[in-house]
Design a protein around this ligand. Structure first.
Ligand code: PRT
Ligand code: MG
Length: 225
């Protein structure tokens, strides 16, 4: 788990979309601009206005992996992703700051008209489709509800509509996607936001460069509270 080489710029791992977009104001607050957008550029390594910092663009669920192995010194990942990742890959990651960006809720949702409460009361064994298998298992175990979990990688909203599952565990922000698919949220599991994650070896060996950025992100993120 070595940090990225000392003579290279610091490497920040981000996913494109909401995390990239909501990180830009935090970088600005640290005096750093990024001139290219991952939506239009095909580059996976983006330079910044600071010669000491570059950004790599990876899948949201891969951010902890790049940081843990030291291929990136630090990164930003949702608590949803982190909770699943650390279960199978413990250690090596320091999580100093909740940045309060990319906020949403992790929910249980069902088809409109499906009587979830009754199914739970009757002790029916529910089929639940989700990308968040650990969070779902913990949630239903805590309620004493038996579930068969079906792992999906996306478009969870489809599963109850085509009979793959009775319920889904998925992220909800505006609620628009549930509504458009005739689904309703029946339980909130937890609030989600994104955290700064740092490679532990980088934090030790590159702290002179890293710590000021961590501090600037922490200060700027207070505005998101
Ligand atoms: O999209 P991809 O498969 O590449 O990966 P990803 O979905 O993990 O990445 P991305 O960029 O979509 O999400 C990155 C992080 O943003 C997640 O890990 C969450 O921590 C956070 N986040 C915040 C969200 C949402 N809000 C969100 N609404 N991630 C996903 N969604 C999806 C949700 O899964 C559902 O399909 O948006 C849809 C619901 O949105 P509403 O607004 O219609 O309710
Ligand atoms: Mg997505």
């Amino acid at each position: 788990m070595s940090p990225a080489s000392l003579d290279k710029p610091l490497t920040l791992a981000l996913s494109k979309g909401r995390i990239f977009d909501e990180t830009m104001p935090l970088l600005s607050a640290a005096g750093i601009q990024v001139s290219e957008s991952p939506e239009t550029s095909r580059k996976l390594i983006l330079p910044t206005s600071s010669p000491d910092l570059q950004i790599i663009i990876v899948r949201a669920s891969d951010v902890p992996t790049y940081v843990q192995y030291g291929a990136a010194d630090f990164g930003i990942a949702g608590k949803d992703v982190l909770h699943e990742h650390v279960a199978t890959h413990p250690g090596g990651l320091y999580q100093p700051v909740d940045l309060n960006i990319a906020r949403c809720r992790l929910c249980v949702a069902v088809r409109q008209g499906f009587d979830y409460e009754a199914a739970v009361r009757q002790g029916s064994r529910l089929r639940v489709a989700t990308k968040y298998v650990r969070a779902a298992r913990e949630h239903f175990a805590g309620k004493g509800v038996y579930v068969d979990l079906i792992k999906l990688y996306g478009s969870m909203e489809l599963a109850p509509l085509v009979g793959l599952a009775d319920a889904i565990v998925d992220l909800v922000s505006t609620g628009g996607t549930l509504k458009a698919n005739n689904l309703v949220a029946v339980e909130d599991i937890t609030e989600i936001s994104s955290r700064l994650i740092v490679n532990q070896a980088s934090l030790k060996m590159r702290s002179a460069a890293l710590q000021p950025l961590i501090d600037a992100f922490a200060r700027a993120s207070l505005a998101n509270k």
